[in-house]
Design a protein around this ligand. Structure first.
Ligand code: RM4
Ligand code: MN
Ligand code: MN
Length: 396
């Protein structure tokens, strides 16, 4: 590869970081059942330990996202322990995810629940989560709502929208200056008729209504099958409203498959829009890249390493598109030239350059191989197997 291209990749990788999900290390399943892994993390400490391994080997995952209900069992008091885990396992707490969908009270919704006492409870949990984030020095609070309805006529959609605005505004009021509220959308599931925040437009309107520190969170699995996600990304960038991503791949619905396993070109196109925006505006896009995957069949740590490696590859490929050449081709309506700039970049084998980059940082050239040789998996399998044979609860 030409030296200029390798340099582009080195530059791109220098700033590329991706956050690990704590829930990706614990036992999870589908609604039909769970396959327990003997090495799965059974405590928050073990999740930090596993995330620390992934960061040690890849060097690009300095933070782990936490789900308050699963990881902060004692609420605010858990922050002490979490700080200790962070120090011990060398990975910091990242985005904080309130849980507004699992408790019995939330059967008919949280911020959109017709019962004011439930809305109040949801708001209080969000405020507590913001305080947890503040104590942990976490910048982002990621809001995902399961709110919606299953049958036509059963919910007052406009009223619920007003309640959402109310709740989000109040939550926003509790943020410290540097913090952000990220608002995720999802078209269906668990609600199958209407979801209160169903798409990026709703998320954008609610973010604007909430306040200037609220931004949209794009989970790549939360779209209808044919949707052009990179166009959504381009629009949000131009509106300065793109807060971050939950990355995963999908074939049918919110499948949470490994990034790039089904459609790597999709992720490449998303990264390309971001790089192109940065090239055009001359400023880095302030976006949190996060993984939202929980592997039911693959080994959890291996799947995470595979994900991070693939994300680096697709980001590096996107860094090979020359912004100036592309802009010229677009201006001249040279369609084939413009299109092939993307296709050529995507077809380039960037793996040898990424390996050299890892070398230059003192990281293993092949993190998966290094993990397999480290003995870590054998050790935790022994340590955790007995506990996992009894512990069949999800996520924690
Ligand atoms: C949702 C959504 C959220 C995640 C939950 C567990 O589908 O993606 O981000 O926290 O799942
Ligand atoms: Mn998500
Ligand atoms: Mn999801």
């Amino acid at each position: 590869m030409e030296a200029r291209k390798s340099e582009n990749i080195f530059d791109a990788l220098a700033s590329f970081r991706i956050e690990l999900p704590s829930w990706g290390f614990a036992n999870t399943g589908t609604r039909f059942g769970k396959f327990i892994q003997p090495a799965a993390a059974t405590t928050t400490e073990e999740k930090f330990s596993d995330a620390g391994q992934v960061h040690l080997l890849t060097g690009v995952c300095p933070t782990v996202a936490l789900h308050v209900l699963w990881d902060c069992r004692e609420g605010l008091r858990s922050t002490e322990d979490i700080r200790k885990f962070a120090e011990r396992y060398r990975v910091l707490p990242g985005s904080i995810n309130p849980n507004l969908f699992q408790d019995q009270e939330y059967k008919y919704g949280s911020f959109g629940n017709p019962d004011p006492a439930v809305r109040q409870r949801a708001l209080q949990h969000t405020k507590d989560s913001i305080e947890i984030a503040r104590r942990l020095n976490s910048r982002d609070i990621s809001m995902w709502f399961a709110d919606g309805s299953n049958y036509p006529g059963t919910a007052n959609i406009r009223q619920r929208k007003r309640w959402f605005i109310e709740g989000l505004k109040e939550s926003h009021g509790a943020l410290s200056p540097g913090q952000r509220l990220l608002i995720e959308y999802k078209p269906f599931e668990p609600a199958f008729y209407h979801t209160d925040i169903a798409d990026w437009g709703m998320s954008l309107l609610l973010s604007r209504a909430a306040g200037s520190q609220a931004k949209v969170l794009v989970d790549t699995g939360h779209h209808y099958a044919a949707q052009n996600i990179e166009q959504i990304v381009a629009w949000l960038l131009s509106e300065e409203m793109l807060g971050g991503f939950h990355f995963n791949d999908r074939r049918y619905a919110d499948d949470d498959l490994t990034i790039g396993s089904i459609d790597p070109y999709q992720v490449f196109r998303i990264f390309h829009e971001i790089r192109y925006f940065e090239w055009e505006t001359g400023k880095p896009a302030d976006i949190a890249y996060m993984i939202d995957q929980s592997h039911n069949l693959k080994g959890k740590i291996e799947a995470m390493i595979q994900t991070v490696t693939m994300a680096q590859e697709l980001f590096s490929k996107a860094a090979l598109v020359d912004g100036r050449e592309l802009a010229t081709a677009q201006k001249n309506c040279d369609l084939v030239r413009a299109e092939s700039l993307l296709q050529d970049a995507f077809a380039t084998d960037v793996r040898p350059v990424i390996q050299d980059w890892r070398d230059s940082k003192g990281l293993p050239r092949n993190p998966m191989e290094a993990f397999r040789q480290s003995g870590y998996l054998e050790r935790i399998t022994k340590e955790r197997a007995a506990r996992n044979s009894q512990n069949v609860s999800s996520y924690a």
